[in-house]
Design a protein around this ligand. Structure first.
Ligand code: PGA
Length: 248
């Protein structure tokens, strides 16, 4: 397992052509040898993928889409984008199962999407996490187990999957799980995956209200290999600060 740390910027439905230029600072920063362990991945809206692909070409920054359709073939799916189309534009990653989409897609659809993305040689950032109600009802483990086991059906190799633990109640709220809770949930996820997919390498990252103020605390969780970052990734300075605090 490499000791790279992943810093994945999820721009959601933010950003325009002009904001792509603002990432030039991050591109320059990514060339600093001191931070060579940082694997930066930008996931902008679909419409900006091509521009991102061009602007980051000479750097080690990778780009990813925020979702894809499950179909492995072109078809009559108005408004949808396949893994193949994402790959063809120069992207290497795709986020699947993000909390903000989970209300429109089942675990089975997520499973099909992951299969389709892996077939196209895209790396998958697979999001899992419980709602606040599920947490309060003490069924977090049950929810995580269902999400993981259904999503990994018929998938033998998981080395191209990054598991992003994002408690749904922590996204965009400024709230974080406390360290004991986070540790417990990450351990559970880790054990669950390693039990079923023996000896394979995979990575677990955390997402949900990560910023440069709280990242040092989150780094106390030893199995974390990085972060999925929403609002704090929109401004280059904030994003760079998170990376600087994470790597020393
Ligand atoms: P946030 O978003 O950092 O703004 O909470 C994280 C995410 O949605 O992946």
């Amino acid at each position: 397992m490499t000791n790279n740390m992943f810093f994945i910027a999820n721009w959601k439905m933010f950003g325009d052509i002009r904001s792509v230029n603002s990432t030039k600072k991050v591109i320059k920063f990514s060339k600093n040898k001191k931070y060579k362990r940082a694997q930066i991945i930008y996931c902008p809206p679909y419409t900006l993928l091509e521009k991102f692909s061009k602007i980051t070409k000479k750097s080690k920054i990778k780009i990813g889409a925020q979702n894809c359709h499950y179909s492995q073939r072109p078809g009559p799916f108005t408004g949808s984008i396949s893994a193949n189309l994402i790959k063809s534009i120069g992207a290497n990653y795709v986020i699947i199962g993000h909390s903000e989409n989970r209300s429109f897609e089942s675990d089975l659809i997520i499973n099909k999407k992951i299969i389709s993305a892996l077939k196209e040689n895209l790396k998958v950032i697979f999001c899992i996490g419980e709602t606040y109600k599920e947490k309060k009802n003490n069924i977090t483990f049950r929810v995580l187990k269902r999400q993981i086991s259904t999503a990994l059906k018929n998938i033998k190799k998981i080395n191209n999957i990054i598991f992003a633990y994002e408690p749904r109640w922590a996204i965009g709220t400024g709230k974080l799980p406390n360290l004991a809770e986070l540790n417990k949930n990450i351990n559970y996820i880790n054990n669950l995956i390693s039990e079923t997919k023996k000896k394979q390498t995979y990575k677990i990252i955390y997402g949900g209200s990560v910023n440069s103020e709280n990242v040092s605390e989150l780094l106390k969780i030893k199995d974390l290999k990085g972060f999925l970052i929403g609002s704090a990734s929109l401004k280059s300075k904030n994003f760079i600060d998170i990376i600087k605090k994470s790597i020393n």
